[in-house]
Design a binder for this molecule. Structure first.
Ligand code: FPP
Length: 243
């Protein structure tokens, strides 16, 4: 299990400003133990809490996690209910504690499909977040990268037709994405053994460094995050140029 006291990274030193993580492997983690998949999600939610705390402690500014995709509705209804209940509990806890801890939180995704209770929690976290600076956790719920780009394109087209938008640039387009105002991820981590993006932050990960590991998300601890950051530090980021 993750142990947040086992810190080997020093705040600020070569630390990526923004880390994005695809939470994967909860189901297999549970299956290996003869438990229902939902037990894997419950432990996965705990792992997220610990990793978010660790990121804040070592000086990461933004942590963005893929918790529920636009495709995840295809899962059995009981599993969807469990994931949503875990997300609601987390959002409620965030509302209760973020003022004390000065943590910012944002939900990225098409929230129109979420329950009224969830939408109210999302609005509350955004309202509280607007008072603070510092570490920000972004939770992607009902999120799809292509969906986000289409949504942004439609909103831009509306503004343009209404004479409210200037000619399109990458920067302006970024302002229409769910992630508006958030810098692009520097490091994208995918635990769980698969090596694909699965429709996550397609626009934003244009220059992200990727780190894949077989460790299943519920087993992912600060030591594994340190390994990912070490790998990131060894990369030579050229953004298409030469050095
Ligand atoms: C992917 O593992 C995981 C999900 C689709 C759900 C992730 C959600 C949580 C951890 C719950 C709450 C999250 C937060 C941020 C509080 P999988 O089920 O696809 O695993 P598998 O590939 O082993 O089947």
């Amino acid at each position: 299990m993750a142990n947040t006291n086992n810190k080997t990274n020093t705040p600020g030193e070569g630390i990526p400003r923004h880390i994005a993580i695809i939470l994967d492997g909860n189901g297999r983690w549970a299956k290996k133990r003869g438990l229902p998949r939902t037990a894997g999600h419950a432990v996965g939610a705990e792992t997220f809490r610990k990793i978010a705390t660790y990121c804040k402690d070592i000086g990461v500014d933004y942590l963005t996690v893929y918790a529920f995709s636009t495709e995840n509705w295809k899962r059995p209804p009981a599993e969807v209910r469990t994931i949503m209940a875990l997300l609601n509990r987390y959002l409620q806890e965030a509302v209760d504690t973020m003022e004390r801890d000065h943590i910012r939180m944002k939900v990225l995704g098409d929230i129109s499909a979420l329950s009224e209770e969830q939408r109210a929690l999302v609005a509350k976290t955004e309202e509280i977040s607007s008072h603070y600076e510092g570490f920000q956790a972004n939770i992607c719920i009902n999120y799809g990268g292509r969906d986000e780009i289409l949504h942004a394109a439609r909103r831009y087209a509306e503004d343009f037709a209404a004479g409210k938008a200037d000619a399109l640039t990458e920067e302006r387009f970024g302002g229409y994405l769910y992630s508006a105002g958030i810098p692009d991820p520097d490091l994208l981590i995918r635990p769980g053994g698969e090596q694909r993006l699965s429709n996550f932050l397609l626009w934003q990960c244009a220059y992200a460094e990727f780190y894949f590991t077989d460790v299943l998300w519920p087993d992912f601890g600060p030591e594994e995050l340190d390994r990912a950051i070490e790998a990131y530090r060894r990369r030579d980021r050229r953004y298409g140029g030469v050095k």
